[in-house]
Write a protein that binds this ligand. Structure first.
Ligand code: HEM
Length: 446
């Protein structure tokens, strides 16, 4: 993982599928192009910018609760689809500034096209033959039309913002500086050019110092032009939607099946005396140790990215074996993490790294007040967001979203799986996700 993005790269199968839909961005970039893209995209997701996106997270969480509230007491609810709409709405608002409100409205054209693009991507990633490269077959699944429609909307958004900037003589007033979307931040950063300056937040967000130093040590060729912000936008939508909603659904499933855990989490939320109006980004990032501990453990043991397919660009030696370029390497990050025992704290009943333990990350001080140990991946112990320089730049945003949405659900409902719930199954699509619905009963709390 740490030899990327020069000596080792991602295998091309998923990359080819993404590029077949004309999406060229950070997720797919390799070598020097990756470095330029990362310097442009990384800062838009760092902790200083999260505040701009937090009200979108709150707005969408509120809508989810209002929608579920309309259900009669105890009615079964299929939650995976709603959570996926919730994540799509949050990313679309934060990245593009467009309110799909797909939780309540199924007819937003761009939202439907983005859903279609995800489906096309899954299918193309799994297709044994790259049929879209065969003459006259490039639009067999409608992929080209969908991608053209999405790009024309995005192009318009970019044009509008650039026009607005031009009208102000390129100067953005104090008011406009606030609460910008990711799209606007990307355009500003690209327009300003990259002066080669590096500081930790600009490059990686607040994920890992180690990653920063690796990026900083890479050679930087100023002649390379950044990939247009347009392409990065779709990359972000793709990378941030399915991953976040699968994580939310996995957390809810654990909460629903463990009444004792649910009660502890509810007490934590209720004792905070916060509601959806008063909860702040700081509460979501630094409060709720029990909720954080559950989230860290779900991501570690049941997260949406348990492995990666990689290949060497040049002969590389790994564990004494020289691998030729093109050799497919499956990096089992979840499994490897379980072996880095010194980095995974034991649970309260000495649960080891191979067990799922939602209270593992809790610690208490002498006055018995609870806090949470922040996971590290120095030795590869905790890798749900990857490892090395390519570690996920959206990790903080994902955490803010997960904690806020779970907080709002726990405050309002007592949840349980329906009677005789069929076993839940996971399937590898773009991410490792659920292939059947999770059905929960939602009982409003008094
Ligand atoms: C729980 C939610 C999420 C999980 C588990 C997750 C996980 C990951 C993983 C495992 C990688 C690959 C890292 C590697 O190659 O070493 C990645 C990359 C990436 N993620 Fe996330 N992610 C999540 C949410 C997000 C969000 C919300 C965004 C942005 C809105 C985002 C944007 C990206 C981007 C742009 C990359 C490519 C980074 C690069 O190649 O340099 N992710 N993510």
């Amino acid at each position: 993982m740490k030899l990327r993005p020069y000596k080792v790269k991602r295998t091309r199968k998923m990359g080819n599928a993404i590029e077949s839909l004309d999406v060229h961005g950070l997720f797919n970039a390799e070598g020097d192009q990756w470095k330029i893209d990362r310097r442009i995209v990384g800062p838009t997701l760092n902790k200083n910018h999260l505040q701009d996106y937090f009200h979108h997270i709150k707005l969408t969480s509120n809508r989810l609760i209002t929608k579920w509230d309309k259900e009669k007491d105890g009615t079964a609810r299929e939650v995976v689809l709603d959570l996926s709409k919730c994540s799509l709405d949050i990313t679309a608002l934060s990245i593009l500034g467009i309110d799909f409100n797909s939780l309540n409205n199924s007819s937003h054209e761009l939202a439907n096209d983005i859903e279609k693009m995800f489906e096309t991507l899954f299918k193309r990633t799994l297709s044994p033959v790259p049929f879209w490269k065969i003459p006259l077959c490039d639009n067999l699944d409608g992929g080209r039309d969908v991608s053209e429609r999405i790009f024309s909307v995005l192009r318009e958004l970019v044009r509008e913002y650039k026009k607005q900037k031009e009208q102000n003589g390129g100067v953005i007033g104090e008011e406009e500086k606030r609460a910008k979307t990711c799209l606007q931040k990307l355009i500003d950063i690209s327009d300003d050019g990259d002066d080669g300056r590096l500081d930790e937040d600009r490059v990686i967000g607040n994920v890992s110092r180690e990653s920063f130093f690796l990026v900083a040590s890479l050679p930087f060729d100023k002649k390379l032009t950044p990939i247009a912000p347009l392409f990065q936008l779709l990359t972000l939508l793709i990378a941030g939607t399915d991953t976040s909603s699968t994580t939310l659904a996995a957390c809810l499933w654990e909460i629903a099946n463990d009444p004792q855990l649910q009660e502890e989490l509810y007490q934590e939320v209720a004792e905070s005396a916060l509601d959806m109006n008063s909860v702040s980004l700081k509460d979501a990032m630094d409060g709720f140790p029990r909720l954080h501990s559950l989230l860290f453990e779900v991501l570690r043991c049941k997260g949406p990215a348990p492995f990666f397919f990689l290949e060497p660009n040049e002969p590389v030696e790994i564990k004494g074996q020289v691998l030729k370029p093109g050799t497919v390497i499956c990096a089992l990050t979840r499994n490897l993490g379980e072996k880095a025992a010194n980095e995974i704290p034991l649970g309260p009943n000495s649960e080891g790294p191979s067990e799922f333990c939602p209270r593992r990350w809790l610690t208490s001080d002498q006055s018995d007040s609870l806090s949470v140990t922040q996971p590290t991946n120095r030795y590869g112990g905790y890798m749900p967001f990857g490892n090395g320089v390519r570690v996920c730049p959206g990790a903080s945003m994902a955490k803010a979203e997960a904690i806020t949405v779970l907080f709002s659900i726990l405050r309002r409902f007592e949840i349980a799986p329906i009677a005789n719930h069929p076993p839940i199954r996971r399937v590898a699509r773009f991410t490792d996700t659920f292939d059947n619905e999770i059905q929960l009963t939602l009982k409003p709390r008094p």
